[in-house]
Design a protein around this ligand. Structure first.
Ligand SMILES: Cc1cc2nc3c(=O)[nH]c(=O)nc-3n(C[C@H](O)[C@H](O)[C@H](O)COP(=O)(O)O)c2cc1C
Length: 201
């Protein structure tokens, strides 16, 4: 089949987010100017540069008690910082709990009983047990086409790696089994890997 998104897809559910898969999940922790902590998953997330290391995530849609966006973007606008926590398979249910449409005052760490740790370089909480956390200073928030669509870019200024995930000098994802997002309500988990040398290497 072929469809133009502007004409509609004619399927029971939009296939778009099943096509761009699997996606890593950035579990974004932020801190509001009122002192509250916030945690929510974003799968429109990726790394975008090595030097300096930079990441992005995209927020689509808004919540009634926020000015045209969601808590995460609103907090980053206020404080200029965020932390990306990596989600391992064992954290799938608590991660999912933090994705509810909770009001701005809700601390999702408390709601889902997730232990916090303090970030080192920024004033923000992180998930204590996460395999890896990237402390980020926001560099740009770009509004893109459509209502309430924002892309947040950040420079990574601090990196936490869980010691048990470092094997022979490699950050070994098989030690924690990353959770990835497919389309609809589907997920997958990384349980094996292989290597390829590039031509000329
Ligand atoms: C696995 C997963 C991935 C998600 N990815 C996104 C995303 O990339 N962008 C987005 O706007 N919402 C995404 N959501 C929905 C948000 O997590 C949800 O709207 C949440 O309430 C936002 O929280 P906040 O207002 O505290 O930022 C995702 C939800 C789940 C469960």
């Amino acid at each position: 089949m072929f469809y133009r998104p502007s004409d509609g897809h004619g399927l029971p559910h939009n296939p778009f987010n099943a096509i761009v898969t699997p996606r890593p999940i950035g579990w974004i922790s932020t801190h509001g100017s009122d002192g509250s902590d916030n945690l929510a998953p974003y799968s429109f997330f990726n790394g975008v540069a090595y030097v300096p290391p930079q990441v992005m995530f995209a927020s689509t849609g808004s919540k009634d008690d926020r000015d045209g966006t969601k808590d995460s973007v609103a907090n980053i606008r206020e404080t200029g910082v965020f932390c990306v926590n990596v989600v391992e398979h064992a954290m799938k249910d608590v991660m999912n709990q933090t994705s509810g449409p909770w009001d701005a005052e809700t601390d999702e760490f408390d709601l889902a009983k997730i232990e916090k740790a303090a970030c080192s370089e920024i004033d923000c909480a992180r998930v204590a047990a996460t395999p890896a956390a990237l402390e980020c200073r926001m560099t740009q928030i770009v509004q893109i086409e459509g209502a309430a669509n924002f892309v947040v870019f950040g420079e990574v200024v601090g990196v936490h790696l869980r010691d048990d995930c470092i094997v022979d000098g490699i950050f070994d994802v098989l030690r924690y089994n990353p959770l990835t997002r497919l389309g609809y309500r589907d997920y997958s988990v990384i349980r094996d890997k292989f290597s390829l040398n590039r031509p000329g290497e």
